[in-house]
Unconditional design. Structure first.
Length: 489
């Protein structure tokens, strides 16, 4: 068995490694949500920033639920292997930006201490859309969310995002320490604005004296992040060992492409992330909409329809001519709902996405993309559908995506095999209705899920019902072929 990765000494020359002395750079960032995407994106950009411009910007990573990330990274001194896989080959890099790996469950005091430390100037987050506890209808807290309930009941023993951040900001103010910048990196439209609204509502309920302070003194820049990062498997760890000669329990693999667009609002400073290609702008929204509606929207559509058609991975979907035609149709329809995006040719962006989806080296599971659909469909499918309606454009691509998702929510494959929906609103989505009209009516009645512009539109409703009825009656394959024929005509 190979030795465990714990130092960069003795690594093969083909493996890139940190180009700075890790021990001379302190911690300036706390990251909540220490998962694969953070390790493939923000941590890598910070590694590049440290190499280019230095500074005390290393990361204390925090897992809010699982202890696995800290158990993987701590014996490795925070080091891990990033495997980048593209059409031009595979390369390995050892990343050193993570200084500490903590788990809230087992390292609570250390987590609280680092959130309050004067040296901490940024708290960044990748906790997935469902992790925040946002009520989409009000923009405030979701009182049914377990973490929100727990933190409102015991605000001095926070468990979730809102509770931790408000608690830490309160402690910092009391100690005369400047507030940190809160940097959301999840796929939420105007994610900085969303997180600000969440914290203001939580503070109004749990710490009213902090609400005005947070509103006036805390920065919440919005961001757009993009890098396809499949769930790690045994193959990832085996490949990391083959490339580095070290056993690495924290290795991740990703594509070569990466993008980060950031609203440039950091009162207490930031790393030189531009060294990694980050783009700093005054308005992130055009880039967010582009990514959510084109990349993420197409991903959701192909995940639900592809999974039902028996395709385990996105690369398998891209070998299905009918689905590729529908992906192209969806990208074109989504692009037509967008305002101009500075510096971006949307047709070229669509072609780049097709190439990225077809990457044969990435085992990106359709089932992974399909999870948490109730959290993703509003911004990925329903928002562009509303915009298409306003512009008088075809709703067919979005109605098909909605019908495929609704079929997926039934939790059984066409051969009757059951699967776990993995959705925080699974109980609300569940229905005894087996007919398309009943299923659609049931989901339309779920508060805050489908915009009223769509639920009130007879044409949209009829289109979704017709497509879902056909999927239920004839199967997804027949519908894919027919939809693809219409897309090509």
């Amino acid at each position: 068995m190979s030795p465990r990765l714990a130092t960069t000494d003795g690594l093969p020359e083909t493996v890139a490694r940190p180009r700075y002395d890790r021990d001379t750079h302190g911690v300036g960032i706390v990251h909540l949500g220490l998962g694969a995407f953070h390790k493939a994106h923000q941590a890598v950009a910070t590694d590049d920033a440290l190499a280019a411009a230095g500074g005390d910007w290393r990361i204390a990573g925090v897992s809010l639920r699982s202890t696995a990330p800290s158990e993987e990274l701590t014996p490795q001194n925070g080091l891990y292997t990033l495997i980048e896989r593209g059409r031009d080959g595979t390369r390995a890099r050892v990343v050193g930006a993570i200084a500490r790996a903590l788990a809230l469950r087992t390292d609570r005091q250390a987590v609280l201490d680092v959130l309050c430390a004067p040296e901490t100037r940024i708290v960044s987050l990748t906790v997935t859309e469902k992790g925040y506890g946002v009520d989409r209808a009000s923009g405030g807290v979701d009182l049914a969310h377990p973490a929100i309930q727990s933190d409102l009941a015991a605000p001095d023993a926070p468990q979730g995002v809102a509770g931790l951040l408000v608690w830490a900001l309160g402690r910092r103010r009391a100690a005369g320490v400047a507030p940190f910048t809160v940097l959301c990196c999840d796929n939420l439209p105007e994610n900085g604005h969303v997180l600000r609204g969440l914290l203001l509502d939580f503070a109004a309920r749990a710490a009213p004296d902090l609400k005005d302070f947070i509103a006036s003194e805390v920065a919440f820049p919005s961001t757009m992040v993009d890098r396809i990062t499949p769930a790690r498997g045994a193959e990832t760890l085996a490949l990391a060992e083959a490339l580095t000669g070290r056993r690495d329990e924290a290795a991740v693999e990703t594509e070569t492409f990466t993008q980060w667009v950031i609203e440039d609002r950091f009162p207490t400073g930031r790393p030189a992330w531009e060294a990694s290609g980050a783009i700093f702008v005054t308005d992130v929204r055009p880039y967010e909409d582009m990514k959510l509606r084109m990349l993420n929207g197409a991903h959701s559509m192909l995940a639900y329809s592809g999974f039902l058609a028996g395709h385990a991975h996105v690369r398998d979907v891209m070998r299905d001519e009918a689905l590729v035609a529908l992906i192209r149709r969806h990208l074109s329809a989504a692009a037509a709902t967008l305002a101009p995006v500075p510096g971006v040719d949307l047709a070229g962006y669509a072609e780049d996405l097709i190439e990225r989806f077809a990457n044969p080296h990435l085992a990106h599971q359709t089932y992974q993309i399909a999870m948490d659909g109730s959290q993703k469909m509003p911004q990925r499918i329903f928002a562009p559908a509303v915009e298409a309606m306003r512009r008088g454009q075809s709703l067919e691509p979005f109605a098909f995506a909605a019908a495929a998702w609704l079929r997926y929510t039934l939790g059984r494959a066409e051969d009757g095999t059951a699967y776990d929906l993995r959705d925080p609103r699974a109980a609300a989505l569940a229905t005894d209705r087996a007919d398309a009209e009943g299923i659609v009516r049931h989901v339309e009645a779920i508060p805050g899920l489908i915009p009223p512009e769509l639920t009130a539109d007879a044409a949209w409703h009829g289109m979704v019902v017709a497509k879902l009825s056909r999927i239920l009656q004839d199967g997804i394959r027949a519908v894919l072929v027919d939809e693809a024929g219409s897309a090509r005509s």
